[in-house]
Design a protein. Sequence first.
Length: 464
Amino acid sequence: MPRTPPEMFRIKVVEPIRLHPPEVRESKIKEAGYNVFRLSAEDVFIDLLTDSGTTAMSAKQWGGLMMGDESYAQCRNYFNLADSIRDVFGFEHFVPTHQGRAAENVLFSTICKPGDIVINNMHFDTTRANVEAQGAEARNLPAPELFDLESDHPFKGNMDVDKLRQTVEYVGAGHIPAIFVTITNNSGGGQPVSMANIRESSIVAREHKIPIFFDACRFAENAWFIKLREEGYADKSIQDIVTEMFSYVDGATMSAKKDGMVNIGGFLAVRDPKLFERVAQKLILVEGFPSYGGLAGRDLEAMAIGLREVLDEDYLSYRYHHTKFLADALQERGVPIMTPTGAHAVYVDAKRALPNIPREEFPGQAFTVEMYLRGGVRVVEIGSLMFAAPDPGTGEMKFPEMELVRLALPRRVYTISQLEFVADTAGEILEHADELGGYRIISAPKVLRHFTAQLEPCIGSCDS
């Protein structure tokens, strides 16, 4: 038997890629300020920066693009998407958006005020930024199991329900406009959330009459892990699991660029018709008419199809095993990763990989830069560059608990041999770990600095 199940699709269209020689890669990353976000995509060989919007769409989706109704209001593709959202998630009220962060912006600018607290098992970068842009606090309450990167706990993405209850009772429901559960937990290594934890979080929210939402970007992958790992769900269909998951929440934001299987698109769905009216009016101001929300009709159609296709269990099995193949290959080469493996990405533990580089010199970013220098592979740091910030009270720098590098796998894009190359590249870094140094920031914005910051290598020490 093969190490991983074969792809449940055939490749019909290919796109050439090229690997620059080492001296060209060195020049390109220097020009980019040692920030892989600033690299031209044409200068990247294998791009694992994100699984967002990088999906290879299906033949049916490409056919759907040709059926786009580009009428300004109430196009037929909107109604097809409404059917998918109702059938898959059970929501009657939704607005389309051009991507997930737009849905977050519309929601948080509607429900948040300065001094509020939005609770999450773990906010991702744009979610946190959209909360903070309203003068509110984005507070993470992850389960303690998350931080044991080598444990085999099946649901490390869980909310700490005890802390959730304590926080709600201490802060007061009037200061908490929403509780969020991110599925799967992207900042937390792509780890899933159990059905029991979703249910328990919902009980706390409803006891205190606080709306509870999903960040639903990878809802189908989370459902797959529930089927795979949680007692009582092995014989249930993915759709049945999704139906139960969403029965516990009052709404959801979603970047459909992940489990919507499209290159652009998202939505905000709610159960409360009064809240729906408020967000629809806000959408008109910042995105577009409520039946298109910043998208062409053809994009609405591709999303309507993708939300159904992602529930296919053959696809989800392939997706999980494809990612696990990369995880196993990395471990075989001695690369320390978070285990057990999620579905959309493998997360390297940069603190263990590069223990000689202190946190303030961004070991995750050092690993990221080396992946490009040695193999033309683009990955992303999810650690101190992304999340470290001064404490508002003391001014002392607060570092995130984990220093991770995410190798995110675009859906249906890369082959096993390409993943072998990625693992070889990471393994080579480990062989030269003692020779590598850290980085310092030259310039960066105050918000979401990792996207556009420019850095330079430390020569000797960044303190010198």
